[in-house]
Design a protein around this ligand. Structure first.
Ligand code: NAD
Length: 473
């Protein structure tokens, strides 16, 4: 069992996590940091950050690189912790860990690039320049669905750009983030990277702590609360929120390959991904074939303990999450959707102790159906039939979210229109919705606020920009 921070915590402050595949199995015990303790952590972070920011950039990047190597040396332990505490199959947990390391290395290269410019001079004897400096102390709050990827996506750029960071991982799956921080213990100055276990009250205290930057990944409702609270201190903000992502099939010469991509994008992490495809928009005359193809793929998935050979679908993270997914599926049926497969716990009695939900396909619904509008965050695909290209594009953009979307088409005009009009931050043509490690990770409208966390744009959040006028005496 994992144990972090319990030695100095009172019994009331200790919380536990359990294996979502087998609820009786305890996985971790954590000593929660109380909201009153946050100020002390910020002071320690501020002290460490001053010296860290003064290091030459190459020396700083060398040390963060050594930290990334130390995390890589723990990759297998981290992946196993994810499977035990969050539930995803081990191969997926290994893939998540590898991606987090890949993104980290890309970010190190980006942070070594020039961060300023020499501008045209408007006055004799004055050289105007712009430059960027570390922002200061960063408060980071992460969800449970990617227990290593999301923390690393915040920790590495924060450190690489010269900041200290206080990270509160989700209380449902903190082990991977703790293993990551442990790997850096002897490599980073004390106080520079601090892990603060706890619940939403601790998250709220962190947002109000006076940190210069607040980066949050999670649900829209919590993101709105974070936005309101950050306004008090005018902290710089980066919010990565939910999605209701669609795949629009216009023409797919190889329908099998197209449905393989969609079903992978929908069911990875049991659909608990902000970038999961959850709506499939398809011309009405193709709808039955698409539904049948998706049902076959859903029924071919093997639910079970993520450590077992051959398992391709883990449990949902908690009983609450399963109840939420099921409530939305039942509301969708009550509002007229047809249930084509799934719609409840799998039949296998061996799975009854875990929070499993059978992969579910719904179709024949109108655009107002809850399954067409709400972020379900479970293994559920809604198939929506369109009557024309106009109708298909109207359905595509009929959502408050704006994270990611996919188009399957060979028609250049339709592809151009999709690139110009799809109301999401990430646009995929003829493949699923998995983003690359060096590309901006962008959500617009209800899916995100502020600079993106991956790629060169991250500098806008982790640094402040300055105008410098270099005069002659
Ligand atoms: P959540 O909003 O419930 O919790 C996220 C984090 O916020 C947790 O660490 C939680 O303890 C903390 N928190 C709760 N109340 C808080 C408050 N008042 N102030 C500050 N922090 C608070 O989200 P979740 O259920 O953990 O994660 C699922 C959601 O995350 C989904 O909506 C999903 O789409 C979204 N998500 C988005 C991205 C993205 O990059 N866009 C990535 C992963 C997940």
């Amino acid at each position: 069992m994992f144990e972090f921070g319990c030695a100095t915590a009172t019994d009331a402050e200790v919380f536990e996590t359990r294996n979502p595949a087998r609820h009786s199995e305890r996985v971790g015990r954590y000593g929660a940091v109380t909201p009153q303790d946050v100020a002390g952590h910020v002071t320690a972070a501020r002290r460490a950050q001053r010296d860290w920011a003064a290091l030459p950039v190459t020396a700083r990047l060398h040390r963060v690189g050594a930290f990334v190597d130390a995390v890589a040396a723990q990759a297998d332990a981290i992946a196993r912790a994810i499977t035990r505490e969050q539930g995803k199959p081990l191969a997926e947990a290994r893939g998540e860990t590898a991606k987090s390391l890949d993104e980290a290395r890309q970010m190190l290269a980006i942070a070594g690039q020039p961060l300023g410019a020499v501008h045209a001079s408007a006055r004799p004897g004055v050289l105007p320049m712009s430059m960027r400096r570390p922002r200061g102390v960063i408060a980071a709050i992460t969800p449970w669905n990617f227990p290593i990827l999301t923390p690393m996506r915040k920790v590495i750029p924060a450190l690489a750009f010269g900041n200290a960071i206080l990270l509160k991982p989700s209380e449902l799956a903190p082990a991977a983030a703790f293993l990551m921080a442990e790997a850096g213990r002897d490599l980073l100055p004390e106080g520079l990277l601090q892990l603060l276990p706890g619940d939403g009250a601790l998250g709220a205290a962190l947002v109000a702590s006076g940190a210069e930057g607040v980066t949050f990944t999670g649900s829209v409702g919590t993101g709105q609360a974070v936005f309101r609270a950050a306004a008090e201190s005018l902290a710089e903000l980066s919010l990565e929120l939910g999605g209701k992502n669609a795949a629009l099939i216009h023409d797919a010469p190889d329908l099998d390959a197209c449905l393989d991509q969609i079903s992978a994008a929908a069911f990875l992490c049991s659909g608990q991904r902000c970038t999961a495809i959850s709506r499939v928009i398809v011309p009405r005359d193709l709808a039955e074939a698409v539904t049948e193809g998706l049902v076959a793929r859903a029924e071919a998935l093997v639910p079970g303990d993520g450590f077992a050979q051959g398992v391709t679908l883990g449990p949902l993270v908690s009983a609450d999450q399963r109840a939420r997914v099921d409530a939305l599926v039942q509301q969708a049926r009550a509002a007229g959707a047809r249930l084509c497969t799934g719609g409840g716990a799998p039949d296998d009695p061996a799975l009854s102790e875990g929070h499993f939900y059978a992969p579910t396909i719904l179709d024949r619904m109108d655009a107002g159906n809850p399954a067409a509008r709400e972020e379900i965050f479970g293994p559920v695909i809604s198939v929506l039939a369109s009557d024309s290209l106009e109708h298909a594009f109207a359905l595509l953009n009929d959502t408050d979210f704006g994270l990611t979307s996919a188009l399957f088409s060979t028609d250049a005009c339709v592809i151009n229109r999709f690139i110009a009009e799809s109301g999401s931050g990430m646009l995929h043509v003829n493949h699923g919705t998995t983003p690359d490690s060096n590309m901006p990770f962008v959500g617009i409208r209800n899916s995100g606020v502020g600079a993106c966390s991956v790629g060169p744009g991250a500098a806008a959040f982790y640094t402040t920009e300055h105008a410098v006028y270099l005069g002659t005496p």
